[in-house]
Ligand binder design. Sequence first.
Ligand SMILES: [Zn+2]
Length: 696
Amino acid sequence: MLKSKIIICMASLTMAGTTLAVNPFFETYKTPHQTIPFNEIKTEHYMPAFEEAMKQHDKEIDAIVNNPKAPNFENTIVALDNSGEMLTKVASVFYNLLSAETNDDLQAIAQELSPKMSEHSNAIRLNEKLFARVKAVYDQKDKLKLNPEQQTLLKDTYDGFADNGANLSDADKTVYRELSKELDMLTLTYGQNVLKETNKYQLLITNKDLLKGLPADLTDMLAENAKKAGKEGWLINLKTTSYVPVMKYADNRDLRRELYMANASKCMVGGEYDNREILRKIANTRLKIANLLGHKSYADYVLVHRMAENKKNVYDLLNKLLAAYKPEAEKEYAEVQAYADKNGAYFKVQPWDWSYYSEKLKAEKYDLNDEMTKPYFELEKVRKGIFDLAGRLYGIKFKENTDIQVYNPEVKAYDVTDENGKYLAVYYADNHPRDGKRAGAWMNDMKGQWMEGKKDSRPHIVNVTNFTRPTSTKPALLTFDEVTTMLHEFGHGLHGMLTKCQYKSLSGTSVYRDFVELPSQIMENWAVEKEFLDNFAVNYQTGEKIPAELIKKIKDSENFNAGNLCLRQLSFGLLDLKWHTLETPFEGDVVSFEKEAMNATQILPVIENTAMSPTFSHIFSGGYAAGYYSYKWAEVLDADAYSVFQKNGIFDNKTAASFRKNILEKGGTEHPMVLYKRFRGQEPTIDALLKRNGIK
Ligand SMILES: [Zn+2]
């Protein structure tokens, strides 16, 4: 059946004049561990593969629906979980590259694909006969003798339909379909606008005096930026590797102000990439969807499937943290202002001064800056240190495998084996910024994990970051923040690699959003442990071990401006909640709406004509709508969980084994609070976090 389709598909393309050989998506991959054959995949392969994959998926669904046997767990719930294999195969390649290695062609495909994909998944979600079978199984759930993982799969499957309109009338189903299609287009456009506006901005400096204060390797990098663009001088852009350090070190206040304003007013000053109208539409469309499904607001709709459960619990946590951290944040601001005054600033410290004076005060207080630590954090050494940590905790090993194909020559691929030397996973690392890679850092899977009968089909995981690139004179040297980010993403990676579940939709990081950051954030705790750093942090030139005194300084300085950092996260969390607890459509001014949301958390002066909402991709184009609070929620969890390692020893095998067995292997197979309590023996409290931040 499938074969004849492929032939038809190829014939029509050949007639159109395309010299298209075999489409690799239609073949079984003959690569190591059946990894993606990136070298063979061409842009023109995607659309035919997506179309064929959707057709195949539809057929699989038809087979479930038309099964003459009465619906049961295997022939309906499990069959559904197994369906769409080819679609997942194509989509995982496409969407990974759309984030990490995009270009105009891929973006055009994404635009074309977006409505088709929505329509496809909605057709399944709104398939009445299919839902009737799912419901029939769900209704007899108490009699089925299912294990906890099976119970979760059944409940998630049922809720997946109900939350997506399966119980709606025919007329409302049509409305729902239109709204979700519109929402997908809006969020995609929003995200693309942010990327395009960020890439558009370039500030060419031709007078080196303006760059006073910048460390040498930063000016080197800016000079290389200019050279690459065929220009002379120093080119500053708004990518984090350029923007963040320039704001920290540039003595020239006008330059800082110019950059700050360019960054903080992105996508909101008119022009083709303005996101204000789009984000209003996103918020209002989400409200309409929530209302249609019987919820007062989008947050009400989302939080049912979160560890937090409802908005009251979220506000409680954010407000508790706000009360605890605000006095600290005010003290910190006064301290930075006093420092600036002492150093001849005759002005109130503004947002574009904050990072600059904070960095200098921090240097004076702790005699520590990024330049002092960077020589000890050569990327490859840090990577080895992190691999070794995973080895000590979980017994797993990493070995580079150059036979595995990668999507860019900079990407590295590793075979991962478990404590018995058995194949466990494939791990890809993609570390440096490029045009076409979106900002930030993330983990994703190229292939998930599930059981195929008795065979465990293992996952392929990728970590993508935007770390300082090597220059012609130096290897890639990471800032301490980048080391922390690497540990963080690797923690998500472990969640993906160590997973051991039966069903693909529950495995790995398929957990509630306010739980997903626990495995990642807990890893950050090791970054300040001397026993950990001693194993790999040596000066890249002299080979000298990182001095104990320097580690102590890093640790002491960890809580510098902790109050402000916390308030910043709270402000984002509160802004997100304000957009998503709307109970009537919003037509007003985005900027004043935002100021109101952030008011309680505001320590620095409020700047006219700036706003976060137009570039807040997490909530308007990522998956964090009504979920930004999760970072804080998970921080409470990670501090609480790490306190067990602190008590038993930071390399303690037993504690690690328990964390692996109860959290990392379990994916979303049971409610996170159940899993957590099994590891911890009790519910989490905020005490460990306050203690770690020196608040209590
Ligand atoms: Zn994360």
